[in-house]
Design a binder for this molecule. Structure first.
Ligand code: DAH
Length: 346
């Protein structure tokens, strides 16, 4: 047998090897890896090709033809195996469980209002129903509006650097929404009936105090406004928010800008007055939801209202605290961690 026939037989054998080897290939990559061993750069067929130099010149043409033919067969075998694998995959998919196109899709989660914002809206809705108009003011305030015009004495603890966030000597992050009262009265003659929501800032940070929190301020000024009007309107307001049978009481207190002043308590939402062992009202049966009082004559003088002619009342409540009571949240910091697993519950 001449060299050319010997090489020719080797070529045939390699193509057969390739064919049987590919039967065992289970993936496209596997097919290509097995093919490379024969027709790749370092493959056996490629090595044989180099032997063309060994055959006499008159036989080279014939050997070249056989090599090309072998390569073409190898290519067809590879393509056929790849096609077979694809067909097999398709068949398996069709034989598998049917794709149920009537299954409902996966709905996208729609966000919801933050629990503090939900509460704020409820409180404002109730106040608007009672005729209050929404007002607002800046979060960066002057000490004049935040303290002095509201009758704070210079030695009041809230005015000191340890308790409030100052930007300059006479500018700070407002510590309450009460300066909105001052702004409103300075810019409007009586009567006034406003509800002012907003973010406020204090140097506090624990389970029930956050350095940033929310208040809603109310102010009503007119002729002949009495303490009884205050109690009546606050009672209506609280019952609109917490339910028609909610007990309400006013407890004596002190604020520089009101006289007399009170704390607004409602019957405990958790134990409904059963008291014993209630951790939320600490066994008192009452929950404090805000402060209130008759506007102090000094405040009227500071804004140019005649205290002989006009009277009024004001109140302020902590929205975060009410949200915590409402939703049974024990730690105020949860409200500001922006953990969606927490927020999704409301
Ligand atoms: N500004 C008070 C505070 O932050 C809350 C308050 C109390 C507001 C009595 C009022 C009021 O308008 O009359 O503690």
């Amino acid at each position: 047998m001449g060299l050319i026939d010997e090489i020719g037989e080797r070529l045939d054998a390699l193509v057969r090897d390739l064919e049987s080897s590919l039967q065992g290939a289970r993936s496209d990559d596997d097919v290509r890896a097995r093919a490379a061993r024969i027709v790749g750069k370092k493959g056996e067929l490629t090595a044989l090709e180099k032997r063309i130099r060994e055959v006499p010149p008159e036989d080279r043409r014939e050997l070249g033809r056989r090599i090309n033919e072998a390569k073409a067969r190898a290519d067809r075998i590879v393509e056929a195996r790849l096609a077979a694998l694809r067909a097999e995959a398709r068949r398996r998919e069709l034989e598998g469980p049917a794709l149920d196109v009537t299954l409902p899709g996966r709905p996208r989660r729609i966000g919801s209002l933050h629990p503090v914002r939900q509460c704020e809206e409820e409180l404002l809705d109730a106040l608007q129903a009672l005729g209050f108009e929404v007002a607002d003011g800046p979060e960066i305030e002057t000490t004049a509006f935040n303290f002095w015009k509201l009758g704070f004495a210079p030695d009041h603890p809230a005015t000191c650097m340890q308790d409030s966030f100052y930007l300059r000597d006479d500018v700070l992050l407002r510590t309450h929404t009460s300066p909105i009262q001052v702004r409103e009265m300075l810019s409007h003659p009586p009567p006034v009936r406003i509800a002012a929501p907003g973010t406020v800032y204090r140097r506090d940070d624990d389970v029930t105090h956050s350095p940033m929190f929310h208040q809603i301020e109310g102010l009503l000024v007119d002729e002949d406004v009495t303490f009884a009007d205050m109690k009546g309107i606050l009672t209506l307001f609280v019952r609109r928010v917490f339910g028609p049978d909610t007990p309400v009481r006013l407890r004596p207190s002190y604020f520089p800008f009101t006289e007399p002043s009170g704390e607004i308590d409602i019957g405990c939402l958790i134990c409904s007055g059963r008291k014993v062992g209630c951790r939320v009202c600490k066994g008192t049966g009452w929950l404090e939801v805000g402060g209130c009082g008759m506007v102090h004559p000094v405040v009227f003088e500071n804004v140019g209202y005649d205290p002989e002619r006009f009277s009024g009342f004001a109140f302020g409540m902590g929205v975060d605290r009410i949200a915590m009571l409402r939703f049974g949240i024990g730690d105020i910091r949860l409200l500001y961690e922006n953990d969606v697993r927490f927020l999704r519950q409301f």
